[in-house]
Design a protein around this ligand. Structure first.
Ligand SMILES: [Zn+2]
Length: 341
C-alpha cells in the first residue's frame, strides 16, 4: 500500500509499505478521506519536540473510511461498514468509560496511547474508537469530525443558556468546527482570530460576526470589546496557544467561563481569575462522536464550505507544505483523497 511517512520534521514522503494486519481488538480500515488539523501540523513540524520520538512515523487522525476486516474479538463493526474514529484510546471498562466519558478514561495505559494514523491507504484502529457513519454522512464531513466533537465537549462544560453568544477563538480547523457546532446548537458564535482568508471562513459556517487578525499575536481584544463591552460569558479557545489564552481572559465577562483545548504556560492570571471569578475548563477532545454524526446527518452541521484545497495521497507533502508555508493564511480545510469513495 501507499503511505505518507514522516522521515523528519517537515520531511513527508509517500512510500510503499506492507498493508497492516489487525490485532484481535482492531479493525483494518481502507481510508477514503483524511483532513489534517492543528495537531497533525504539530506532528509534521514536531513542534516543541513533543510529538515524535522516532522516525519514520505515520501521520493523520481524522478520517472517513471503510472497514475491510476485523480481529476476532471485534463485535461493534464489520467488513463493509463506513466509519470514522475518535483520536483518543480508551479502555471501555472503567467508571468514566461506562458513563460515556471515554475521553477521560481512568486507565493510565490509555493516557499516552498513540493516535491512529490515516494518511495511508490502509490502517489498523482499535475497534472501540470507531463509529459507523449514518447513511447521510459523507466521508468528507466524517474526516472533519474532530472539531464538532471538541466543541460538543466544550459546550457541555460551559453550559451556555439557550441562544447565548459564544466567542470562539481561533482561525483553523477546530474553530470552524466549533463555530458550526455552536450555530447548530442555537447559540450565536462570534469568531475571533485567523489571518487572511482563515479569518473569514467562520462566516461560512454560522458566525454572526468575525474579527480576523492581521498578524500572529495581534491583540484583538480592544477592537472586540468596542463591539461587546461586557465581554463574553462563554468562550471556546481553540488555538492552544498563549495568545489564545490571553485573548480569552481579556475578553471574558464577569464570571465568564472559558473552555481551553490546549496551550503552553498560562499567562499571569491568578488575580484575573479571582477578580472576575473566571472559570477555566480543560477540554480533552470529547466523547460526542455519535451526537456529532447525528447533527451532520440531520444537516445542521456541514463543514464542507471551509474546504479550500484538495490533494491526492501521492501529493500529501504539498498539502502540509501549504498548511505551514507562507501562504497558509489562504488555506482552509484541506482534504486528502486517500482512496476512491
Ligand atoms: Zn476507561
Amino acid at each position: 500500500m501507499r503511505a505518507a511517512l514522516l522521515f523528519g520534521p517537515s520531511d513527508l514522503r509517500v512510500v510503499d509499505r506492507a498493508t497492516p494486519t489487525p490485532a484481535a481488538d482492531e479493525a483494518l480500515i481502507r481510508v477514503v478521506r483524511f483532513s489534517p488539523y492543528g495537531t497533525d501540523v504539530g506532528v509534521y513540524l514536531n513542534r516543541g519536540g513533543r510529538y515524535v520520538q522516532s522516525y519514520p512515523v505515520g501521520i493523520g487522525a481524522d478520517f472517513g473510511g471503510v472497514v475491510e476486516a476485523v480481529g476476532n474479538e471485534v463485535r461493534n463493526v464489520r467488513a463493509g461498514d463506513r466509519v470514522t474514529a475518535l483520536a483518543l484510546a480508551h479502555c471501555g471498562r472503567c467508571a468514566n468509560c461506562r458513563a460515556g466519558r471515554t475521553n477521560v478514561c481512568l486507565d493510565p495505559a490509555m493516557l499516552n496511547a498513540p493516535r491512529q494514523v490515516c494518511a495511508q491507504e490502509y490502517t489498523c484502529v482499535t475497534a472501540n474508537k470507531l463509529a459507523v457513519l449514518p447513511a447521510k454522512v459523507g466521508f468528507e464531513n466524517a474526516a472533519m469530525l474532530g472539531g464538532p466533537v471538541v466543541a460538543l465537549n466544550a459546550l457541555g462544560q460551559l453550559a451556555p443558556p439557550s441562544g447565548a453568544t459564544v466567542a470562539v477563538l481561533g482561525g483553523g480547523a477546530m474553530s470552524w468546527g466549533a463555530v458550526a457546532t455552536c450555530k447548530a446548537k442555537g447559540f450565536h458564535p462570534v469568531s475571533i482570530g485567523g489571518i487572511g482568508r482563515r479569518g473569514h471562513l467562520a462566516g461560512l459556517v454560522g458566525a454572526i460576526e468575525v474579527f480576523p487578525i492581521g498578524a500572529h499575536d495581534e491583540d484583538a481584544s480592544e477592537r472586540v470589546r468596542a463591539r461587546y463591552p461586557q465581554g463574553f460569558g462563554h468562550i471556546i479557545e481553540t488555538t492552544a496557544t498563549e495568545w489564545g489564552l490571553k485573548q480569552a481572559i481579556k475578553l471574558s465577562a464577569m464570571s465568564g467561563r472559558i473552555a481551553v483545548t490546549g496551550g503552553g504556560p498560562l499567562p499571569a492570571l491568578g488575580w484575573d481569575l479571582v477578580g472576575r471569578e473566571l472559570v477555566l475548563s480543560g477540554v480533552r477532545a470529547g466523547p460526542g462522536q455519535g451526537e456529532a454524526l447525528a447533527m451532520i446527518a440531520a444537516g445542521v452541521i456541514d463543514l464542507k464550505p471551509t474546504m479550500t484545497h484538495r490533494w491526492p495521497l501521492e501529493r500529501c507533502a504539498e498539502a502540509f507544505a501549504a498548511l505551514t508555508g507562507p501562504g497558509a493564511s489562504e488555506v482552509g480545510r484541506v482534504m486528502i483523497d486517500v482512496t476512491d469513495a
